[in-house]
Write a protein that binds this ligand. Structure first.
Ligand SMILES: Cc1cc2nc3c(=O)[nH]c(=O)nc-3n(C[C@H](O)[C@H](O)[C@H](O)COP(=O)(O)O)c2cc1C
Length: 210
């Protein structure tokens, strides 16, 4: 059952990356996670094969283990971008959120890892696109359904630099299944989120020709 009264356009334009406004104290009923996954299962997948899996992690030790791998995976990137204190404006805000999540990821009550059957290591762009395109829409649907229920999410990929260790930690059969992301999920502190500033549409749209 949804809790927020959002139009489709409002839902699509205000499902933000939530890092600082995740409520680390409030438990998330697993029934809500089930509802969001139920909705995600309506997403398209190549040949409608639906070879997806959602690993929902709530065990504190496992979340701590995942958070460690996430931090290790993001280490190089985080070292390169500098610290939030050195940056201003939008970059400063993003970095502030990023460092906050780094310090608190283990406290986020639910981690969801969307996975897809099969590995594409070294495969063609066609094979890659078909595979990733079969898990990404479902994952985004999950995040939209979460937002409609007052939950905040973040699409993250840092832990994938340690994907094999994460697979061992969670018992995911690494040789047969790829992890697409790690989505921290918690209730949001407040529910008001705004559309973000993006580059102008005309810099990206091509009519008939590039
Ligand atoms: C493919 C992908 C990978 C991402 N990886 C990370 C990540 O590892 N850690 C993180 O904190 N945010 C990550 N993000 C979140 C982006 O930084 C975020 O979506 C972007 O800043 C836009 O935020 P907004 O939707 O609130 O405007 C990732 C997003 C995408 C789509």
């Amino acid at each position: 059952m949804t809790t927020l009264d959002l139009s489709p356009d409002e839902l699509l334009t205000t499902t933000r990356t939530v890092r600082k406004r995740l409520d680390l104290e409030k438990p998330v009923p697993l029934e809500l996670i089930r509802e969001c996954i139920e909705i995600a299962l309506q997403a398209p997948s190549g040949s409608n094969r639906q070879t997806w899996h959602f690993v929902v992690v709530t065990d504190p030790d496992l979340r701590a283990g995942l958070a460690d791998l996430w931090r290790q995976g993001g280490e190089k990137y985080l070292a390169r971008v500098g610290s939030p204190e050195d940056a201003t404006g939008m970059i400063g805000r993003v970095l502030g959120g990023l460092f906050h999540l780094r310090d608190h990821l283990h406290e986020v009550p639910v981690h969801v890892i969307p996975c897809i059957q099969g590995r594409t290591d070294g495969k063609s762009a066609f094979v890659q696109a078909s595979k990733w395109g079969s898990i990404i829409p479902a994952t985004w649907s999950f995040m939209l359904a979460a937002r409609a229920r007052g939950l905040g999410t973040v699409w993250t990929t840092f832990h994938l630099a340690r994907e094999q260790e994460a697979a061992e930690l969670l018992g995911i059969p690494y040789d047969e299944v790829m992890q697409a992301a790690l989505i921290p999920v918690a209730f949001t502190l407040g529910t008001d989120f705004k559309p973000a500033v993006r580059a102008p549409l005309d810099s990206m749209v091509h009519w008939d020709r590039w």
